[in-house]
Design a protein around this ligand. Structure first.
Ligand SMILES: CC(C)(COP(=O)(O)OP(=O)(O)OC[C@H]1O[C@@H](n2cnc3c(N)ncnc32)[C@H](O)[C@@H]1OP(=O)(O)O)[C@@H](O)C(=O)NCCC(=O)NCCS
Length: 146
């Protein structure tokens, strides 16, 4: 399966902001248009579209936290469109995302947070070695790897 991470350009911007999660998942991840707007304000952030072959199937954003006491690299958004979930694309994409984060932030602890009710995402991230710290930040459970 060919999963790739690609730049978001004028050629795929509208397709990228049309990607959607299920209604039940909408509380768990911001709309892509919101994340792309944030990435303009925080230029250190990396955003990529997730492709299965030539089909856009998801979106991710990562970057350094800019809080005073925490400048760790965070996976900030990760989503697979509802039409493409459960096909192994998320898992394949996450491996690419971790490769990219590790090459950009070698030897650093990677962080992410999820809604405590997002049990599928929690199980998903734990399979990649993210450990539940038990800490809650901005109402989300914090996970760390490495
Ligand atoms: C979490 C998410 C990225 C997983 O992507 P995906 O493409 O559906 O995942 P995959 O098909 O690669 O499955 C990966 C594993 O998760 C499990 N999984 C995925 N979705 C699941 C679901 N709805 N219920 C149960 N298990 C699920 C799969 O069984 C698989 O496990 P396995 O390898 O042991 O078989 C996707 O569900 C999503 O975009 N959710 C909404 C956004 C979100 O919550 N993002 C995280 C915010 S922090």
């Amino acid at each position: 399966m060919a999963i790739t991470l690609r730049e978001i350009t004028e050629d795929n911007f509208y397709q990228c902001i049309d990607l959607e999660v299920t209604n039940e998942q909408k509380n768990f991840v911001a709309p892509n248009v919101y994340s792309i707007a944030e990435s303009k304000i925080y230029p250190e952030a990396t955003i990529k579209a997730i492709y299965k072959d030539e089909e856009i199937v998801g979106f991710m954003m990562f970057g350094r936290n800019n809080e005073k006491d925490d400048t760790s690299p965070w996976l900030i958004r990760f989503m697979i469109d509802q039409r493409y979930q459960g096909k192994g694309y998320g898992k394949a994409a996450m491996n690419k995302v971790l490769d990219l984060m590790t090459s950009k932030y070698p030897n650093e602890t990677l962080c992410l947070s999820t809604d405590p009710d997002n049990i599928n995402a929690i199980a998903f991230y734990e399979t990649f070695g993210f450990e539940n710290t038990g800490l809650i930040q901005h109402d989300e459970l914090v996970f760390k790897k490495g």
